[in-house]
Write a protein that binds this ligand. Structure first.
Ligand code: GDP
Ligand code: IMO
Ligand code: MG
Length: 422
């Protein structure tokens, strides 16, 4: 292998967890670099389902070091719960796990502010996961955030927390919300700090040493390209750089160490939360929901569904430098007779071959479709490229060409073995 960055090439939930789990077999270290517990990465090992929110999905394989990098915002209570959940399922989390000392914390006032701001926005709400992600990154940028290094230093944590609660309680009161109890939060988070202390490390140095040893690093992206704060459909985005560049800033591993970028995308499109989704379509939505598919791994919300949007993925190829595509959920289209793919946008008589940056313009865009004949047979048993129906291969080749990146992996089911290396 080599040092690989894996990113979502659409709006999140592309199946990154499954592909990370598959690629981890050849990696030594798996690193989360952005987002927080807004992420929900599903991995099946046999019949057992795991949903990971903060701990890298590599944790499910033996002898792999899993690191939460400095770019992630960590809700300590949620992290403790996740470690406990994994241990109950007999997954080892000790020397194989580390969290950056400079990762910022998500605290109760972040979650409360996230919820209150969504209410204030009314019909213009973002549809956040209400995990406090935006306010936590906001504090980081405003230089008033608390970090893991503060959490494991009880005196320092108490002093900093006192100041932040004082200010945030004023804001919450002004918004008509209840103020938070400093005492209660201090006790709860101190306990979490004690629990997490053994894992808090200087992960930048740790990763640097791993690079010198020639270890293979796998960077686990969270969310997707169009939820990136710079490259997404702002303001309907998350608050971090989810794209490939974020892997460097969010881990401290420099750009020249990166060898490859894998972009994960579904064979169709989904999105949770508000914001434009040009190819959104009731037919495919009803079909997938009817099959019990496409409900959010973190919030359980039904995902909005649409046809594959090659204009969007081509943009993702550009901003991430994707050299290998992993197409997931091909089997979701197994029963569709006529499959549509968006090859351009139109507003009136103006055609767009790229994604307009302005969401108001993007919202007016109508997709221009090409149509593909469906293969109408199950693909879930295919294990090699040649096992796939000819029409499915034609479809996949077209997705790759339209997305301007080579096809590397095709996934035909949630299981580890339901994976085809092209
Ligand atoms: P992530 O956030 O990108 O890791 O994706 P999620 O876990 O939120 O959502 C992807 C969903 O698709 C999960 O339920 C996976 O188990 C499932 N999945 C991934 N790849 C495939 C596939 O090829 N076929 C099917 N049927 N399900 C898949
Ligand atoms: P994974 O890693 C899909 C969406 C939310 C909302 C917007 C902002 O599982 O792909 P936030 O809570 O981050 O402030 O919400 O981003 N969102 C995701 N959608 N998958 C995710 O993560 C997401 N993380 C955030 O639904 O629209
Ligand atoms: Mg997800």
């Amino acid at each position: 292998m080599s040092n690989t960055i894996l990113v979502g090439a659409q709006w999140g939930d592309e199946g990154k967890g499954k592909i990370i789990d598959v690629l981890t077999e050849q990696a030594d270290i798996v690193v989360r670099y952005a987002g927080g517990n807004n992420a929900g990465h599903t991995v099946f090992v046999g019949q057992q389902k795991y949903v990971l929110h903060l701990v890298p999905s590599g944790i499910l394989r033996k002898n792999k070091l899993c690191i939460i990098g400095n770019g992630v915002v960590v809700d300590p209570i949620s992290l403790v719960e996740e470690i406990e959940m994994l241990r109950q399922l007999n997954i080892k989390v000790d020397t194989n796990f580390a969290v950056s000392e400079t990762a910022h914390l998500v605290l109760p006032y972040h979650r409360e502010l996230d919820a209150q701001r969504e209410v204030l926005k009314g019909k213009n709400k973002i549809g956040t996961t209400k995990r406090g992600i935006g306010p936590a990154y906001g504090d980081k940028a405003a230089r008033v955030g608390l970090r893991m290094i503060d959490l494991i230093n009880p005196e320092r944590f108490e002093a900093k927390l006192a100041l932040r609660i004082k200010e945030n309680n004023e804001v919450l009161k002004a918004l008509g919300a209840k103020p938070l109890s400093f005492k209660k939060i201090l006790a709860e988070y101190r306990a979490a700090g004690d629990y997490l202390k053994p894992y808090v490390k200087n992960t930048v140095v740790l990763l640097h040493q791993a690079c010198l040893r020639g270890d293979n690093l796998l960077f686990e992206g969270a969310q997707g390209t169009f939820l990136d704060i710079d490259h997404g459909t702002y303001p309907f985005v998350t608050s971090s750089n989810t794209t490939a560049g974020g892997a460097c800033t969010g881990s401290g591993v420099p750009p020249h160490r990166m060898d490859r970028v894998v972009g994960v995308m579904k064979a169709y499109t989904t999105r949770v939360g508000e914001g434009p989704l040009p190819t959104e379509n009731a037919e495919i939505s009803d079909l997938l929901h009817g099959m019990g598919r496409e409900f959010g791994a973190t919030t359980g919300r039904p995902r909005r569904c649409g046809w594959f949007d090659s204009v969007a993925v081509r943009h993702a190829t550009m901003v991430n430098g994707i050299d290998g595509l992993a197409v997931t959920n091909l089997d979701g289209l197994d029963t569709v007779e006529a499959i549509k793919v968006c090859i351009g946008y139109r507003i009136g008589r103006t055609r767009y071959d790229y994604m307009p940056a302005d969401v108001e313009v993007l919202s007016q865009c109508e997709p221009i479709y090409a149509e593909f004949e469906g293969w109408c047979e199950p693909t879930t048993q295919a294990r090699k490229w040649k096992h796939l129906p000819k029409l499915a291969r034609t479809y996949l080749k077209a997705l790759s060409e339209l997305s301007a990146a080579n096809l590397a992996i095709v996934s035909v089911g949630p299981g580890r073995d339901q994976t085809i290396f092209v």
